[in-house]
Design a binder for this molecule. Structure first.
Ligand code: PMP
Length: 392
């Protein structure tokens, strides 16, 4: 039966990583990767996480199964961080998932099982969103929502898309640090989005994968909370893989909200059944480490300090890029307002290829750059390369 299969294209970012490795030029710059990097191009294990892992190894006395809900303490400790203190506990249920991707897939399957057929996805979005929703049998309806030249939300376009949707459709919203644009709604825009989504009776599907990398843990949840407060039903897919640096440990959670506890209990029973059919139980290690960090005051404070440092590095680099202003055809000034690791530059595929071939600057074919890919001194060279591109 395998002879009937059609070969699938290799992941273009993985191809880019291979090409970068093979490039002998000393001054090459890798802006393609999707992970945080420090000044030395390293993706470190956070010290607080390392401490928690050592405690976990020292104290864990069983590897017996936990159950399809995973580590309940982990989920409970994340809830005040995501929902704040005001959201009624009886209106939500949650469970641990294998990363944010597992949460997205499980949330999509829950929607499909509940009869949701379509999800609105603003373009561009993380490249894996559409495949995950499609795999769960949900039709992705793309729409415009960014003014890429001005690097801001195109609220009229977003409102129009919401207005054209049918009641009961879902809409994907990036909670913060939009991947790949870095363009997040302002507080006023979040208010408008929450109201429009509620008025049109859509089900918000919030992807919160970078909490703390934009403006801080609280500020980065503000839009999510506004939306959750405005609607009866919603799902939130969460990742700890960036803000705890856990990537390969696959650490995430999914919550669903309902207007009343009876519906909540039924939703949870469905989530557990879907999880059971997918992975039976999520991997323990990353979630246990996060739980140990969050239940310990000192480790939690240390982690917050380290997260602050990640964010400060990103904000500093954004400031340096923005200070270059207009370089060639690209205005970098709006990047100072962007959030998180990513920005998408208005460059054509040919220009992106020229930057790679001529200057050893590697970025995704979409023009997405990972701000954390810049080492000290790289930004001046990047600016010169863009000036050179303007002349080419
Ligand atoms: N959502 C977005 C927007 C992401 O960028 C990513 C990871 N790149 C994820 C979800 C998935 O995160 P995880 O690695 O935890 O599966």
């Amino acid at each position: 039966p395998f002879r009937s299969l059609v070969a699938q294209p290799a992941d273009s970012l993985l191809r880019l990583i291979g090409a970068f490795r093979a490039d002998p030029r000393a001054h090459k710059i890798d802006l393609g990767v999707g992970v945080f990097r420090d000044d030395h191009g390293h993706t470190p294990v956070m010290q607080a996480v390392k401490q928690a892992e050592m405690r976990l190894i020292a104290t864990q006395d069983s590897k017996a199964y936990l159950g399809p809900e995973g580590d309940k303490g982990f989920v409970a400790l994340l809830e005040p961080l995501v929902f704040g203190r005001g959201f009624p506990a009886e209106r939500r249920c949650g469970l641990q998932t294998p990363g944010g991707t597992g949460a997205l897939r499980l949330g999509a399957e829950l929607l499909a099982k509940a009869g949701v057929r379509r999800i609105l996805v603003g373009q561009p979005s993380w490249a894996n969103h559409a495949p995950v929703f499609a795999a769960a049998g949900i039709v992705v309806v793309p729409h415009a929502m960014f003014d890429m030249g001005a690097q801001r939300i195109d609220l009229p376009a977003l409102r129009a898309a919401i207005g054209q949707a049918e009641a009961g459709d879902a809409i994907l919203l990036h909670g913060c640090c939009h991947n790949p644009t870095g363009i997040d709604p302002t507080a006023e825009e979040w208010r408008a989005i929450a109201d429009a989504v509620a008025d049109s009776r859509l089900v918000p599907f919030i992807d919160l994968a970078y909490q703390g990398l934009g403006d801080g843990m609280e500020a980065d949840a503000a839009g999510t909370r506004m939306v959750l407060d405005a609607v009866p039903f919603a799902v939130v897919a969460y990742s700890c893989d960036k803000n705890f640096g856990l990537y390969r440990e696959r650490t995430g959670a999914l919550w669903a909200t309902t207007p009343e506890p009876q519906a909540r209990d039924i939703v949870l029973s469905n989530l557990l059944a879907l999880a059971r059919a997918n992975w039976s139980m999520p991997p323990d290690h990353g979630a246990a480490a996060v739980r140990i960090v969050l239940e310990n005051e000192q480790l939690a404070a240390d982690w917050r300090g380290e997260l602050d440092a990640l964010r400060t590095r990103l904000q500093g680099l954004r400031g340096e890029l923005a200070a270059l202003g207009q370089v060639g055809s690209v205005d970098l000034a709006p990047l100072a307002q962007g959030k998180g690791m990513f920005a998408t530059l208005p460059l054509t595929p040919a220009q992106i290829e020229w930057l790679r071939a001529t200057h050893g600057i590697y970025m995704a074919g979409s023009g997405r750059i990972n701000i954390a890919g810049f080492a000290p001194g790289d930004i001046a060279r990047f600016g010169e390369a863009l000036v050179d591109l303007g002349r080419a």
